[in-house]
Design a protein around this ligand. Structure first.
Ligand SMILES: N[C@@H](CCC(=O)N[C@@H](CS)C(=O)NCC(=O)O)C(=O)O
Length: 225
C-alpha cells in the first residue's frame, strides 16, 4: 500500500504529539518531523492549526489537527488496527482514552497551578483517577491483554509525565494503583515510547518548569539547581 507523505508538526514536551509519534512508530510509517517553539510559533503554524495547537499532521501538505483524529487516521491507512475488533470493546477503549485526556489535563494543571489549595485538590484528583483506572485494568501486559493498543499509545505519555514528576518529587500518586504503576513502567520500556520524545526531553522539561512560578516548581526548587 502506498502511503502519503507525512510530516508531524511537534513540540518537544507535548504528550499529545507523543501519542501520534508512538502510533507512527508502532505502525512502521515513514514520516518527517518538525519541532516548533510553542511560545513563539512560526507564522505558517497559524495557517495550518485552527486551534493553534500541536500536533498537526501534514498529509501530502494538507493539515490534519487533533491528536486522536491523527492517530485514528494513521491506524486506518495502515495494516491491522490498534483498536479491539469488537464494537463495544472499541467504544470502551475510546471512553477510557477520554479519561486519559482528563488525566493529562489534570497533570498539566497540577504542575502549573499557583494556588496551594488547588494543588492539593489536583494531587488527590490524580490519585483518585489512578485508583479508578486500577479497578478497570486487568493487570495484563497492556490494557487489552497481550497486544499493544491505541489506548496504550495514549497512556504512555501520561506515564512519561508522571515518571518525570516522580523523578523530581515522589507524591505517591500510584500508592493505590500498583497495577497501573507496573503498566506504566512496562510502557516506558517500549521502543516506540522511548523514541517518541527527543533526547533533550528531560532537560527541556526541567527548563520549562524552571520558568514556572507554580506550587510544584517551588516544592522542587532544590532539584532544579
Ligand atoms: N486536543 C488537542 C490538545 C493538544 C494540545 O493541548 N497541545 C498543546 C501542547 S501539549 C498546545 O499546542 N498548546 C498550544 C499552546 O499552549 O499555545 C489534541 O489532542 O491534539
Amino acid at each position: 500500500m502506498s502511503l502519503p507523505a507525512l510530516k508531524l508538526i511537534s513540540f518537544t514536551l507535548c504528550p499529545y504529539v507523543q501519542r501520534a509519534m508512538i502510533v507512527l512508530k508502532e505502525k512502521n510509517v515513514p514520516f518527517d518531523i518538525e519541532y516548533i517553539d510553542l511560545s513563539e510559533p512560526p507564522p505558517w503554524f497559524y495557517d495550518i492549526s485552527p486551534l493553534e495547537k500541536v500536533p498537526v499532521l501534514l498529509v501530502n501538505d494538507e493539515p490534519l489537527f487533533e491528536s486522536m483524529v491523527i492517530c485514528e487516521y494513521l491506524d486506518e491507512i495502515t495494516e491491522g488496527s490498534l483498536y479491539p475488533s469488537d464494537a463495544f470493546a472499541r467504544a470502551r477503549n475510546r471512553a477510557w482514552i477520554e479519561f486519559g485526556n482528563d488525566i493529562l489535563n489534570t497533570t498539566y494543571e497540577f504542575y502549573t497551578t499557583e494556588d496551594e489549595k488547588r494543588f492539593k485538590h489536583l494531587k488527590n484528583t490524580l490519585m483518585d483517577r489512578f485508583e479508578v483506572l486500577e479497578d478497570e485494568f486487568a493487570g495484563d501486559s497492556f490494557f487489552n491483554g497481550d497486544n499493544f493498543s491505541m489506548i496504550d499509545a495514549v497512556y504512555a505519555p501520561v506515564f512519561r509525565y508522571h515518571q518525570r514528576i516522580a523523578g523530581y518529587k515522589d507524591y505517591g500518586l500510584f500508592e493505590d494503583a500498583p497495577n497501573i504503576k507496573a503498566w506504566g513502567d512496562r510502557l516506558m520500556q517500549r521502543p516506540s515510547v522511548i523514541s517518541s520524545v527527543p533526547d533533550s526531553y528531560d532537560s527541556d522539561m526541567t527548563n520549562y518548569i524552571k520558568k514556572l512560578t507554580s506550587v510544584f516548581r517551588n516544592e522542587i526548587s532544590e532539584q532544579l539547581k
